[in-house]
Design a binder for this molecule. Structure first.
Ligand code: NAD
Length: 499
């Protein structure tokens, strides 16, 4: 292996060909001779390339992370100092917002304005939230028990493998690296194969902000790269965001080495619209929350449960709102929705639309491949009515701009439909009566919920029930998931100094 960067001060680079791997903060030649090519889903243009790391590369990265962790260079840095550095990453991202959103946009196709609001804002938000959590956290306490006094400390879990999805890469990378590093862990990041350059970029920002370079490595690659990371005996914890199928495989593989793992997986969230809703005031947000990121969002509200008595009026307002959302190229300043990530994904979404029609649902608005946007995998939204909750379009995560409207007759029925899902990530209720909304929130089996809107709050726990995952990210709970508790029994009669 050849090291070409001697200094630990990594330079921040954007797109283009990056033939080396960032291992322990140094750019080194990979063992693997395979590369991973990145093409824009919007324009088809080649964005760049990175190495497709193999198991030997993963072993090298984990070795570097282990050595960094065991040396204490970061794990022993006082939490308040770690917090200042994590907060500085957020400042750097804000300073370079245009450059970063352009890179993310090049890789995953969404308009830069959407990336600024849906990824940069929450991404910097979680970094600042983890910094706050690390500053406020009770890292040490003394507890009196049966045998006297125990000193209880929280220690970083160790070497973390962070495996990411492509759909909101800036947010996910900030979230995983921010939490693990605030806790004092070393990180081996495995970005999604669709968005590896964003992973490399963000990792370098952590080093620039002051995280010792040894504590950070990035293994760009695909499934096999992730599998090698999950199987590695020197990785203490896997934090994963991606599909439920991959999450189940990763959870099972982690059990082999009894690794800790947290899983942020898919969703099929229900928006319960109550009969007292002011639809004129809420139609845009209701529709947007199902279609943002072109429906490629784990928390997308894609099952819209409407009171039968007001169905026509609500659907008409949603169709109008969906038609007004401009699908376009990243270069179009008015574009709100970008392309689907791949041609295969566009075809999969179109197959679901056919499946919905065959099952008897009616597309009151039907997707088209928009004229003039032939360079990318663009698809305008579909809104189905006449959907029943047993249809595939109501049960399966489509990950595209397809909304299923399901009519209900009374609120208990709506709650039952919302809960009749393998997933449990998010949900919403739409009503003029906030107290009624809160009451309904207590009956829905999901990890997050919103009344008349939805957002992932950086300070509040985020994660799923059921097949939507295990564990929580964000805020204090997100930090805690990278900590172990240690109990040290003090000698009987030992007086703890109050200083
Ligand atoms: P994916 O599961 O195909 O891949 C995610 C990542 O895991 C990639 O980096 C991939 O290379 C890696 N990977 C895949 N199989 C693996 C295995 N067996 N072992 C180790 N690594 C493996 O998912 P995707 O298509 O990139 O992302 C879309 C999915 O992510 C959707 O289901 C979406 O709902 C989910 N998601 C969830 C959240 C959340 O916070 N709950 C957020 C964003 C996306």
């Amino acid at each position: 292996m050849t090291e070409t960067v001697e200094s630990h001060t990594a330079t921040v680079t954007g797109g283009g060909d990056q033939p080396q791997l960032l291992i322990g903060g140094r750019w080194v030649d990979p063992h693997s001779s395979e590369t991973l090519e990145v093409f824009s889903p919007a324009t088809g243009e080649r964005v760049g390339s990175v190495p497709h790391a193999d198991a030997t590369d993963v072993d090298t990265a984990v070795g570097a992370a282990r050595a960094a962790f065991d040396s204490g260079v970061w794990s022993s840095t006082p939490p308040a100092q770690r917090a200042d550095i994590i907060a500085k990453v957020a400042d750097l991202i804000d300073e370079r917002g245009d450059e970063i959103t352009a890179l993310v946009s090049a890789e995953m196709g969404a308009p830069p304005s959407a990336i600024a609001t849906l990824q940069q804002l929450p991404g910097t938000g979680v970094l600042r939230a983890y910094a706050n959590a690390a500053r406020d956290y009770q890292w040490e306490e003394y507890r009196t028990g049966l045998f006297g006094t125990t000193r209880i400390t929280r220690e970083p879990v160790g070497v973390v493998g962070a495996i990411c999805a492509w759909n909101v890469p800036l947010f996910i990378t900030c979230n995983k690296m921010g939490a693990a590093l605030a806790a004092g862990c070393s990180v081996v990041l495995k970005p999604a194969p669709e968005t590896p350059l964003t992973g490399n970029y963000v990792a370098q920002l952590f080093i620039e902000a002051g995280v010792p370079a040894e504590a950070i490595s990035v293994v760009t690659g695909g499934t096999e790269t992730g599998q090698a990371l999950v199987a590695h005996p020197d990785v203490d914890k896997i934090t994963f965001t991606g599909s439920t199928a991959a999450g189940k495989a990763i959870g099972a593989a982690c059990a082999e080495t009894l690794k800790r793992c947290s899983l942020e997986l898919g969703g099929k969230s229900a928006a319960i619209v109550l009969d007292d809703v002011d639809i004129a005031a809420n139609a845009f947000m209701l529709t947007f929350l199902g279609l943002f990121n072109t429906g490629q969002a784990c928390v997308a509200q894609t099952r819209i449960l409407v009171p039968r008595s007001r169905q026509d009026e609500i659907v008409a307002a949603m169709v109008e709102a969906a038609k007004a959302m401009k699908v376009g190229l990243p270069s179009d300043p008015e574009a709100q929705l970008g392309p689907l990530i791949t041609e295969k994904q566009r075809q999969k979404v179109e197959e679901y639309i056919e499946l919905g029609k065959k099952a008897g649902a009616t597309p009151v608005l039907e997707s088209e491949r928009p004229a003039g946007l032939d360079s990318g995998h663009f698809l305008t939204p579909t809104i189905f009515t006449g959907v029943t909750n047993d249809m595939a379009i109501a049960q399966e995560e489509i990950f595209g701009p397809v909304l299923s409207v399901i009519a209900y007759d009374d609120v208990d029925e709506a709650i039952a439909i919302a809960n009749d899902s393998d997933y449990g990530l998010a949900g919403t209720v739409w009503t003029n009566d906030v107290e009624r909304g809160i009451e309904i929130s207590t009956k829905i089996r999901t990890g997050t919920f919103g009344i008349n809107w939805y957002a992932i709050d950086p300070e509040s726990p985020f994660g799923g029930y059921k097949n939507s995952g295990i564990g929580r990210e964000n805020g204090r709970e997100g930090l805690e998931s990278f900590l172990e508790h240690k109990s040290t029994m003090l000698p009987m009669g030992y007086e703890v100094s109050s200083n």
